[in-house]
Ligand binder design. Structure first.
Ligand SMILES: C[S@@+](CC[C@H](N)C(=O)[O-])C[C@H]1O[C@@H](n2cnc3c(N)ncnc32)[C@H](O)[C@@H]1O
Length: 218
């Protein structure tokens, strides 16, 4: 198995290669620069020279993670640790076979939306949702996850590679409402401090390390 620092990718048999991210010593500087840029944009917007409608559009990024399903017990723990409540909105970015979406709707009575690119996974997860009579609460959207509407989400779950999480972080910061929770499986969101980190008993068969859940609150 190849382990590359700060990067994830495809391992043997097309599976996720598990890597642990390391904090960059440059983190503080980048944050400062981003904050200064944001302040300038706010100022220009307030002066009327940059209407809010001209905020940068979110471009699709294509496939950013291979399909590798979260074990059911870990998926249940992600929703439990995310504090999902009946009627809340859960979004799974890259929903695979729809297992988190189905669990959220069936076990928690939540409204749940999955974004998935792979047409076969979209068809099979939609079929399962229909067969289980969950169509009122659970929905799979065949769309690039970077174009997901996150504004109303109470809980967002992700099992994506570090590169994707790095691209998602500013989107989360911009669009998630206050109090929203993000739960990430096995990979940390760069530059964010988790409020909790939970190691699951079950080991990841790829690297023998325990499945780890990172919980973040906005
Ligand atoms: C590691 S799997 C996780 C599946 C599921 N969330 C789970 O935890 O079992 C990642 C999924 O993200 C999907 N995916 C990758 N890039 C995507 C994108 N840009 N938009 C939507 N889905 C994407 C893949 O097709 C794959 O099903």
């Amino acid at each position: 198995m190849t382990i590359r620092p700060e990067r994830g990718g495809l391992g043997p048999a097309g599976r996720l290669v598990y890597t642990r991210s390391v904090k960059s010593p440059q983190t503080g500087r980048r944050r400062t620069r981003a904050a200064a840029t944001l302040a300038l944009l706010c100022l220009l917007s307030a002066l009327g020279s940059l209407p809010a409608a001209e905020a940068p559009a979110r471009a699709p990024k294509g496939n950013v993670a291979p399909y590798y399903p979260t074990p059911i017990e870990v998926a249940k723990a992600m929703l439990e640790e995310g504090g999902l409540q009946p009627g809340q909105l859960h979004i799974d970015l890259g929903s695979g076979d729809g297992r988190l979406v189905i669990l959220a709707a069936r076990n928690y009575g939540a409204r749940s939306v999955g974004y998935e690119l792979d047409p076969k996974l979209v068809i099979s997860s939609r079929r399962q949702i229909d067969e289980m009579g969950l169509a009122e609460q659970a929905k799979i959207i065949q769309q690039d996850l970077f174009q997901a509407d996150l504004a109303e989400a109470d809980l967002v779950t992700v099992y994506l590679l570090p590169r994707a999480l790095k691209m998602l972080r500013p989107i989360f910061e911009r669009e998630l409402k206050k109090g929203a929770v993000v739960v990430s499986h096995d990979f940390e969101i760069p530059e964010w401090e988790p409020t909790r980190r939970v190691e699951h008993d079950e080991q990841n068969e790829i690297d023998g390390l325990p499945h780890t859940i990172y919980i973040y609150q906005r």
